[in-house]
Design a protein around this ligand. Structure first.
Ligand SMILES: NC(=O)c1ccc[n+]([C@@H]2O[C@H](COP(=O)([O-])OP(=O)(O)OC[C@H]3O[C@@H](n4cnc5c(N)ncnc54)[C@H](OP(=O)(O)O)[C@@H]3O)[C@@H](O)[C@H]2O)c1
Length: 319
């Protein structure tokens, strides 16, 4: 089968389309014929070898991509939740061999039936970003109806799902984005949008219940500012798990009894199913910015590494 592999870390040029053996599912895994794969910033970070916290888990050569939509073609002996022929989406096998390939394997629990209202290309743009948002705001943030949440990076892959999930939950949603994306984040359903280019969120907000850091900013002093706008007992969640909280941040949080969490996306079947239900109910929209053929994977990764793509980037693998 064809797969986009790296044999060493480096720029987009280290990615090669190679012929490799089709993987075989373990007892708790499914083999999925991949129709489309989402492209995420972490793909480029892993290719570049720049993510220190992941490096010890990586084994070269490897197939990139952890966002798949396709059809189950084989199930492991212990799998009962999915069957051959199911149209699924999920986050397979992070950070092992992934979904930039004609086939991938992953635990059955990392997949669910894809939203029926989406085709494979649209569905491939959902799992990783959406699960990260879900893990952050519900898994760690425990967001409840009526609560007020600030979502930093609201126009991004993770942030755009977070805005819509929080809104669907009945929360009051404040998004933060750059000037060009204010209208877009409002269209996603945010009640208010702060322009981080021209406005200081610390001067505008106070007594929030939850802050979700879903921007690519990796700066603990920004986190301290975010803590200052939470009410006592509120929650600060960052999806930037590669930047631990420093002493200054922990002291600021403890002083005001703020709960803090680093949220690594958890690919859970029941969450993927709930996300699919929200999409099929029309409560969550999926915007695809561009679909690339596998041969143009380098261009897709160049774009995702800019941190300013609006909508999802997807590799089309099978028509
Ligand atoms: N924990 C996990 O499992 C996990 C999974 C996926 C992603 N992540 C992390 O989540 C973050 C977002 O990922 P993503 O896939 O959503 O990326 P993305 O689609 O590139 O979105 C990033 C967003 O951040 C905003 N942004 C860019 N530069 C900024 C700046 N200087 N100040 C404030 N905001 C800025 C951009 O908004 P504007 O264009 O409006 O500026 C953009 O919409 C990244 O740090 C990524 O590493 C974590």
């Amino acid at each position: 089968m064809k797969a986009v592999r790296i044999n060493k870390y480096g720029g987009p040029e280290v990615m090669k389309i190679e012929d490799v053996e089709r993987p075989v599912p373990a007892p708790d895994e499914v083999l999925v014929e991949v129709y489309a794969s989402g492209v995420n910033p972490v793909d480029a970070a892993i290719r570049q070898g720049e993510n220190e916290s992941l490096r010890s888990f990586l084994k070269l050569p490897m197939t990139l991509g952890w966002d798949a939509a396709g059809i189950v073609t084989q199930t492991g002996s212990e799998v009962t939740s999915l069957k051959t022929g199911d149209q699924v989406y999920g986050v397979p096998n992070f950070p092992g061999d992934g979904s930039y390939a004609e086939y991938c394997v992953g635990k059955a629990s990392q997949f669910a039936i894809k939203p029926q209202s989406l085709d494979f290309r649209q569905a491939a743009g959902v799992p990783l970003a959406a699960l990260t948002a879900w893990t952050g705001i519900f898994g760690h943030g425990d967001l409840k109806p009526g609560e007020r949440i600030l979502i930093q990076g609201a126009s991004g892959g993770v942030g755009s799902f977070a805005v819509q999930f929080a809104k669907a939950k009945g929360a009051y949603v404040i998004g933060m984005a750059s000037t060009n994306n204010i209208g877009y984040v409002k269209e996603l359903g945010a009640d208010e949008v702060i322009d981080y280019k021209t406005q200081q969120f610390t001067e505008l907000l106070h007594d929030l219940d939850v802050v979700l850091e879903a921007s690519p900013i990796r700066d603990n002093s920004e986190r301290v500012k975010a803590v200052s706008i939470l009410k006592e007992g509120g929650t600060f969640v960052s999806v930037n798990t590669d930047l631990p909280f420093n002493d200054e941040m922990m002291e600021a949080a403890e002083l005001r009894k703020i709960k803090v969490a680093l949220a690594a996306n958890e690919p859970r079947q029941e969450w993927l199913t709930q996300i699919a239900e929200l999409i099929d109910a029309g409560k969550v929209q999926v915007l695809i910015d561009q679909v690339f053929p596998l041969e143009e994977v380098a261009e897709a990764q160049r774009q995702i590494a800019t941190w300013h793509v609006r909508g999802r980037l997807v590799l089309n693998i099978k028509e």
